[in-house]
Design a protein around this ligand. Sequence first.
Ligand code: HEM
Ligand code: HEM
Length: 330
Amino acid sequence: MSRRLTNLLLLAFLTGAFLTGWTAFGIGTGWVRLPLVFHAVLGFAVVALIPWKSVIVRHGLKVNTGQAATSLALLLLVVVTIASGLLFSTAGVRSYGPLTAMQVHVGGGTLALILTLVHARQRPVRPRAIDLERRSLLRAGAVLGAAGAAYVGVSGATTLLRLPGRDSRPTGSYERGSGDPAAMPVTSWLNDGTPSIAVEDWQLRVGGSTYDRDAIAAFEDEITTILDCTGGWYSEQIWSGARLDRLIGDRAGRSIRIRSATGYERRFPIAEASSLLLATHVGGEPLSAGHGAPARLVAPGRRGFWWVKWVNEIVVDDRSWWLQPPFPLT
Ligand code: HEM
Ligand code: HEM
């Protein structure tokens, strides 16, 4: 394999791993396994290129380009990302000190892609027609084939050896505290923090109407469903409160904006109103502050960052629901 092809394939595989990882978070829980299988194969394909890349690395370090610091930082990030992904999926390693394995993995992978782009810009490898020739494509195919075989081998071994990874959901997440809300982890997307809200003073605004906590609880709508956090855990609970279609009544529009007292918000298509629940209780008990008291959204099939906590406002308007960043930026 030529040096050019090795470097171009590394660029392609890392970009692919980054995109499939985020796609899996975006899809929610439905057909999420498909991008995650591609994700794993692309990760193994990066590993499969080690014999060729190590020749390039050795040469690069010898001629001393003056940019080795970035390159070595990138190398470290790629190793950390792949190792944390593998250890999570097979051995069930879920944290490193104060950080969750997914924070290390997703943070490392995202930084690795940025550094790869910097590294590749410092050493431009312009694609040429030859890269699309049969021989190059066959080589790329062979690397992907070997990576696919490695993936089948690793998942087979995980099942045969009864490793913890055998018990994860198709999203990769592990079970935590199902049926026992107090044992369910408290997490937030990026920098959101638990606000202190006195239930007696709190009101939910929906258009011109307001509701207090007891008025929402009085609807007594109930869903048993799984909260699957991008932090790598899931938990099944009985959630109760009011279905959104009942709260918004006959207000017309294209989307529903759900806003937290912290300013965090997500927008949903109006057609989903009847499957969304504004929960005041979980497992028959009022929500705790960390889990979103006085009221939080329950969005079955969507990953945790859609389950807005500490909701104090619901707005129906004519904006399209997809006019928002695919992932919250704060
Ligand atoms: C997994 C991702 C990658 C890692 C960990 C990595 C790491 C390294 C390291 C440690 C070096 C040697 C130090 C240096 O010369 O700066 C190097 C050299 C180099 N890398 Fe990468 N690299 C990666 C991806 C890429 C990509 C995507 C490209 C281009 C598209 C690229 C092109 C090069 C080139 C041209 C050299 C210099 C070789 C020389 O001058 O002899 N690398 N890489
Ligand atoms: C860009 C560099 C990345 C590489 C090379 C990489 C590689 C890997 C590898 C090798 C695994 C283990 C797969 C297995 O054994 O089944 C894995 C797991 C995983 N990665 Fe990544 N990853 C990267 C970035 C990301 C990003 C940015 C995300 C999310 C936004 C992500 C989400 C996941 C998830 C959810 C798993 C667990 C899947 C499961 O257990 O089934 N990864 N990754």
